[in-house]
Design a protein around this ligand. Structure first.
Ligand code: ARG
Length: 388
């Protein structure tokens, strides 16, 4: 067993490895969109797995966004017209396939557009208030310091899969590199008026991988030093898509974090800070109609009790999810049922459960208990994680 506080994986190839571990075996993935073109997806990306980036939102005006609170979506200012009441936007949450009938939708009631957008200060960000909260929604915390404005970032969206191309039905993802302001400014005349404090460049100088039209407003994110995803950018603009020496330009979220948090508070929400992630990436086979198997995660360095909203991310590959009974076992042996058996023939369990574990001391060894209670199908625990 290897219990990893993700600290050790947060840099360099760790991000790629972690993504692969969580999304690697997409047995039920639909065919890639635009499959006939040489560079499909975001541009140069691949399909995201359902549950992989659970806070992603598609907005009906053709933009992306990320859940900032259960009722607020962070997007780009250039995706909205102005601050004020607005009931014209539909937000779609909880799916990678926009036609998946399990999608959750909400209609907007209000838009707050950054007051410094289109000024010399810059600030291509906006917050959309939904008509009602998406209770239990996964949230993407924003970076409040510049410390994470470096390294490898992940981008995701339903935007064009090549410059001038159509939108994607499926959520696509790609990794892009941080590009410093000087390199970015000098990369092409288009970037000469970059606003260094307000904009963050990322992409591949060789070309081929980038966000594109329709990805705007969506998040650019990476792991922080505790293994949690944090949003460092908002898809803003670029010269074409995925051209060599033409990076993507992203709103520098850390610069505007205080303003975003203030605006959220005024709209009745409190964005959550990033948590501490503890995970186990080792595969554990699940015997057919057999004994329960366990995968351990040891939590250290967390003060006091677990939260009432303990997040339990589960990635189980199995040919018949209804066969599975899944429990979380606290260090003292208390058991929390995450999932009962059912008749569902859907493969795999890739999701995040929220557990009220406030009566449990956080530190200690937590176990994921998985049992296959019906015959014929098998699988394995691919990974699981606790976020405190
Ligand atoms: N402004 C575009 C939109 O509305 C985003 C373009 C991003 N371009 C890029 N090359 N990264 O979707």
């Amino acid at each position: 067993m290897r219990d990893t506080l993700r600290r050790t994986l947060a840099l360099g190839t760790g991000i790629v490895a972690v993504l692969a571990a969580f999304a690697g075996h997409a047995t039920a993935a639909p065919p890639p969109p635009d499959a006939g073109t040489p560079t499909p997806m975001v541009v140069g990306g691949t399909q995201a797995a359902k549950g992989e980036f659970p806070w992603m939102v598609r907005l009906s005006m053709g933009c992306g966004g990320a859940m900032l609170t259960e009722q607020l979506v962070l997007t780009a200012a250039h995706c909205v017209s102005r601050t004020g009441n607005n009931t014209s936007i539909t937000a779609t949450y909880g799916v990678v396939d926009l036609q998946d009938t399990s999608r959750v939708t909400r209609t907007s009631t209000y838009v707050h557009r950054s007051p410094t957008y289109d000024t010399a200060t810059g600030g291509d960000w906006a917050i959309i208030k939904l008509g009602s909260p998406i209770t239990g929604a996964a949230l993407l915390p924003i970076a409040t310091t510049a410390a994470y404005n470096t390294g490898v970032f992940t981008v995701a969206g339903w935007g064009a899969t090549r410059e001038g191309g159509g939108q994607s039905r499926y959520l696509l993802k790609a990794n892009v590199d941080y590009i410093d302001d000087t390199t970015c400014k000098n990369s092409d005349p288009y970037y000469a008026d970059l606003i260094p404090a307000a904009e963050l460049c990322a992409g591949k100088l060789a070309g081929g991988v980038d966000t594109c039209q329709g990805d705007s407003g969506g998040p650019m994110f990476r792991r922080d030093n505790n293994g949690a995803w944090v949003q460092v950018g908002i898809v803003s603009h670029g010269n074409g898509c995925a051209r060599p020496d033409n990076p993507g330009v992203y709103t520098e979220v850390s610069t505007f974090a205080a303003a975003i948090n203030q605006a959220a508070a005024n709209l009745g929400g409190t964005p959550q800070p990033p948590g501490k992630v503890f995970e186990n990436l080792d595969d554990v086979a699940i015997p057919d109609a057999g004994v329960a198997v366990y995968s351990n995660v040891t939590v250290t360095g967390v003060t006091g009790n677990a939260p009432s909203t303990l997040k339990v991310g589960v990635d189980i590959k199995h040919s018949y999810s209804g066969d599975l009974v899944i429990d979380l076992v606290a260090p003292d042996g208390s058991t929390y049922r995450l999932k009962s058996s059912s008749s569902s023939s859907t493969p795999n369990v890739v999701t995040t459960y929220t557990v009220n574990a406030s009566s449990e001391v956080a530190n200690g060894t937590w176990r994921l208990k998985v049992q296959d209670v019906y015959s014929q199908d098998t699988g394995y625990v691919d990974a699981w994680r606790l976020t405190f």
